[in-house]
Design a protein around this ligand. Structure first.
Ligand SMILES: C[S@@+](CC[C@H](N)C(=O)[O-])C[C@H]1O[C@@H](n2cnc3c(N)ncnc32)[C@H](O)[C@@H]1O
Length: 233
């Protein structure tokens, strides 16, 4: 199914409505489409940011709360924010109620330098402005605080890229059409067009005051984890 990505001015409204619509299917589809590996990638992100018990972690664009739940299980104190109310309802149903709030990643309702760790799963390509989202992350992080951004990617090796494209661009929308929401699961592969390549993401992250910016790839390059540390100034 061909999908027209929303115009910039409509993107926030269209994406929010889409996640509200797919919220009942979201966890089941994630586990199915990644064969359960999405949770492994979240755990790896938490290792890379070295999340410790007692730290205050922001699960940004938390959706149904997978990251928030893993963070809480490690003894961290969690704030989990998302703008899609239905996604938050599902997070609440998992017992994450006290940690949740509805908020826009581009205007975080948090004090500056108040957060030890930020994690964000599969949400970057949904933001209307990455520079603004990164600037907000840097603003709320304490000096020395860490960020871990888990995202999809397109493999660079041609043969792997082809195999990945068959799965991601053909199979995923087909499965989504039958089991969940045709538009949303066509948007999922198409929305990688919003993701700048690593050589653009890196200076973007550094320009907001993040140091030690690095990228780890998984699944032959189909998944990436971007990390950084708020400079001590
Ligand atoms: C693909 S889901 C990821 C959910 C969760 N982080 C995970 O790891 O599964 C993307 C989430 O980003 C949220 N989102 C997108 N743009 C947002 C924004 N500007 N502010 C807050 N949440 C946003 C959507 O509502 C959705 O819940």
């Amino acid at each position: 199914m061909a999908v027209n990505l929303p115009a910039a001015a409509d993107k926030a409204v269209v994406v929010e409505a889409m996640f509200d619509r797919i919220a009942p299917h979201y966890d089941r589809m994630n586990r199915l489409l990644t064969l359960g590996m999405d949770q492994r990638w979240r755990r790896r992100t938490l290792e890379l940011v070295d999340l410790r018990a007692g730290q205050l972690v922001l699960d940004l664009a938390c959706g149904t709360g997978d990251f928030a739940e893993l963070c809480r299980a490690r003894g961290a104190r969690v704030v989990a924010l998302d703008y899609a109310a239905r996604m938050l309802d599902h997070a609440k149903a998992r017992g994450l109620g006290g940690t949740l709030a509805r908020a826009d990643a581009l205007r975080l309702p948090l004090r500056g330098a108040s957060i030890d760790v930020i994690v964000c799963g599969f949400a970057l390509r949904n933001f209307t402005s990455l520079p603004e989202a990164f600037a907000e992350m840097a603003r709320v992080l304490k000096p020395g605080g860490r960020v871990g951004l888990l995202e999809v990617a397109r493999p660079s090796q041609p043969l792997v890229r082809l195999g990945h494209s068959i799965y991601f661009d053909r199979v995923v929308p087909l499965v989504g059409r039958f089991l969940a929401d045709p538009r949303a699961y066509s948007y999922l592969p198409a929305s990688t067009a919003y993701l700048p390549p690593w050589d653009e993401l890196r200076p973007m992250l550094e320009s907001v005051g993040l140091a030690d910016v690095a990228r780890e790839q998984a699944m032959l390059g189909a998944v990436q984890i971007l990390t950084g540390r708020r400079e001590n100034r």
